[in-house]
Design a protein around this ligand. Structure first.
Ligand code: PMP
Length: 429
């Protein structure tokens, strides 16, 4: 028995399902989850000392690769001054200035500790600001696990087959309107009927929790227009896309200005940080400036700020995102060529340093239906064959993949060699 397998057995005694977040249990791919004990650069190392080229990056944060020395040094330096004060710090001021300068739609920003908190707070703020109760989200988009948002959700909820979770009172879910992603007509029709009930539209500008589905041209622009027309708050959930699709997030990449945005993952460089922010007029409704309540014991934690600030500075260097995008593009092209050579139906999607792998004949993936119609059995097979070949992909057919700047020619070769063997094996079976 491997050490991972024995730890998994032991873990299940006191941890539900043996994990602290559901997709980690390999529920989407079968088999035993790997337990990691170390990570460095482009690699993660499991409890059995096997190294893997990492395309999960802690589900997005590790855009610099693991253990970047400047990030570790920033945390080490802060440790000497204590772990938490629950009082304002200079680091928070620096972080807020940095985020607002990188993301021009942000006049003001509030730090929190998870993406779930960020989206939950942004929605409360939109409701408080507009005095309206309903929200519009899109099927297959995941915005964390707060009650209003666990309706037709993506990510682990989709992987486990519970997109609308028990435990969410019908009275809450009733205020969540779910529409098809990339379907602007559906948004226009809905708002024409009930705009005076709708506080906000929340959207992942590139949907990364049902695999990776980019917006069709005009979709995000159309959301902006519809929101302007009806006084609805437009929220871009950039927890995944932020600082990854481009330095200024998907909003910079697509040139759309939301009213509020949420960021997470990269902003903490691997520490628990997320934030929400946007227009001053709306943000002024947040306590203590305004009446909408929101708070956090560990919000703006100094160690987390130190890691986040160091990360944001490092990724701000010219050329960073172009390099990340280039590696991702070459990776996907290499995979496509090898799948084609083996005759395996396969296609890919990409937005900067995030990508989707689809086992399907379709060439154009634009909807939840497209994303979920791909061959999950092929994905499972591919996932396990890639693991054998030393490559760690997200353990679900419904999650985006992430690249880091630590990936180079060696890792490209390992990945493409593993894929060539995997596709050949899949063809022979
Ligand atoms: N929004 C999006 C777009 C996400 O991808 C996620 C997490 N994957 C969240 C919100 C929730 O973030 P967290 O897991 O930090 O609560």
């Amino acid at each position: 028995m491997t050490r991972s397998a024995s730890l998994f057995e032991q873990a299940q005694k006191h941890i539900p399902g043996g994990v602290n977040s559901p997709v980690r249990a390999f529920a989407g791919v079968g088999g035993t989850p790997l337990f990691f004990k170390h990570a460095e650069g482009a690699y993660v190392v499991d409890e059995d000392d096997k190294r893997y080229v990492d395309y999960v990056g802690s589900w997005g944060p590790m855009i610099l690769g693991h253990g970047h020395p400047e990030v570790l040094n920033a945390v080490r330096a802060q440790i000497e001054h204590g772990l938490s004060y629950g009082a304002p710090t200079a680091l928070e001021v620096e972080m807020a200035d940095l985020v607002c300068s990188l993301v021009p739609s942000m006049d003001m920003v509030r730090m929190v500790s998870s993406g779930t908190e960020a989206t939950m707070s942004a929605i409360r703020l939109a409701r408080g600001y507009t005095g309206r109760d309903s929200i519009i989200k899109f099927e297959g988009c995941y915005h964390g696990h707060s009650d209003s948002l666990l309706v037709k959700a993506g990510s682990g909820a989709l992987t486990l087959g519970v997109p609308s979770s028990p435990g969410v009172p019908a009275a809450f879910a009733q205020h969540t309107i779910t529409l098809p992603f990339n379907d602007l007509d559906a948004v226009a029709a809905c708002l024409a009927e009930k705009a005076d009930e709708v506080a906000c539209i929340i959207v992942e500008p590139v949907a990364g929790n049902m695999n990776c589905v980019p917006p069709v041209p005009g979709f995000l622009e159309g959301l902006r227009e519809q929101c302007d027309k009806y006084g609805v708050v437009l929220i871009f959930d950039e927890v995944m896309t932020g600082f990854r699709v481009a330095l200024g997030g998907a909003q910079a990449h697509f040139g759309i200005t939301p009213d509020l945005s949420t960021f997470g993952k990269v902003i903490g460089g691997g520490m628990p940080v997320a934030c929400f922010g946007g227009k001053k007029e709306v943000m002024s409704y947040i306590a203590p400036l305004g009446p909408v309540y929101q708070a956090g014991t560990l919000s703006g934690n100094p160690l987390a700020m130190a890691a986040g600030i160091a990360t944001l500075k490092l990724i701000s260097r010219p050329g960073f995102h172009a390099e990340l995008t280039d590696y991702t593009q070459r990776l996907l092209q290499g995979l496509q060529e090898r799948a084609d050579a083996a005759g395996i139906p396969f296609t890919t999607t990409q937005a900067g340093g995030m990508f989707g792998l689809y086992f399907t004949d379709r060439k154009n993936i634009t909807s939840f239906a497209d994303a979920t119609s791909c061959n999950v059995e092929h994905f499972k097979q591919f996932f396990h064959l890639m693991l054998e070949g030393g490559v760690y992909l997200a353990p679900s057919a419904f999650e985006a993949g992430f690249t880091s700047i630590a990936l180079g020619d060696t890792e490209m070769q390992i990945t493409l060699d593993a894929a060539e063997k995997a596709f050949a094996k899949m063809k022979s079976e």
